[in-house]
Ligand binder design. Sequence first.
Ligand SMILES: Nc1nc2c(ncn2[C@@H]2O[C@H](COP(=O)(O)OP(=O)(O)OP(=O)(O)O)[C@@H](O)[C@H]2O)c(=O)[nH]1
Ligand SMILES: [Zn+2]
Length: 219
Amino acid sequence: MRDHAIGYEDIAEAELVTRRGTFRAVAFRDPVDGNEHMALVRGEPGARDSALVRVHSECMTGDIFGATRCECGDQLGAALDAIVREGAGVLVYLRGHEGRGIGLVAKVRTHILQDEQGLDTVDSATALGLPVDVRDYGPAARVLRHLGIGPVRLMTNNPDKVGALEACGIEVAARVPLLVKASDDNVAYLTAKRDRLGHDLPQLDAFPGARLGEASGSA
Ligand SMILES: Nc1nc2c(ncn2[C@@H]2O[C@H](COP(=O)(O)OP(=O)(O)OP(=O)(O)O)[C@@H](O)[C@H]2O)c(=O)[nH]1
Ligand SMILES: [Zn+2]
């Protein structure tokens, strides 16, 4: 049994062999939000000066079904590969984050507005009277502390996520880009994230149709 000092009542871990490598899978119910989340741990990341960490928001469509309109599934794989390459790190997979916190049904409703009215990922949420991003990173911060992780090198393209984790008490020593290939399927979504949400996505610079503003209004 591991240290339950921060108050996890439901927590269990086992070795998980995956196609990408072997991890320690730590399943836990967050005591505050009540959701079941998962941390995949490789090696001894707490022993490093800074740990390589991915905090991944659930995206059922992209992560499980391989949807190509977003890049979530590719980022999930790329993050695990990076952790395996480094030999140590943590991926925290957060439930309750679907659609940046608005939920799965609402996210699919935003897809309808994107497909039928050409709204982008920001305006489609707003048009439904919903917030653009209401994700709570508290569960990630709590489990990283539980795992003995200090400063992190955070794999993300979203500068706001760095601030959100720091606001939860996680020291972000560096932001590590997690870039996946742009494609005809995801270029509108990626362009909207760059132009509307401030994500750092330099791979778009070389992609036709992704110049500033050009693809807005189509994902
Ligand atoms: N509301 C809404 N949410 C979406 C849409 N497409 C993907 N998402 C959700 O967006 C979340 C991921 O957020 P992103 O903005 O893609 O990326 P991020 O996590 O902020 O940044 P990275 O760390 O770089 O991945 C997932 O929970 C997805 O379910 C969409 O069209 N509308
Ligand atoms: Zn996605």
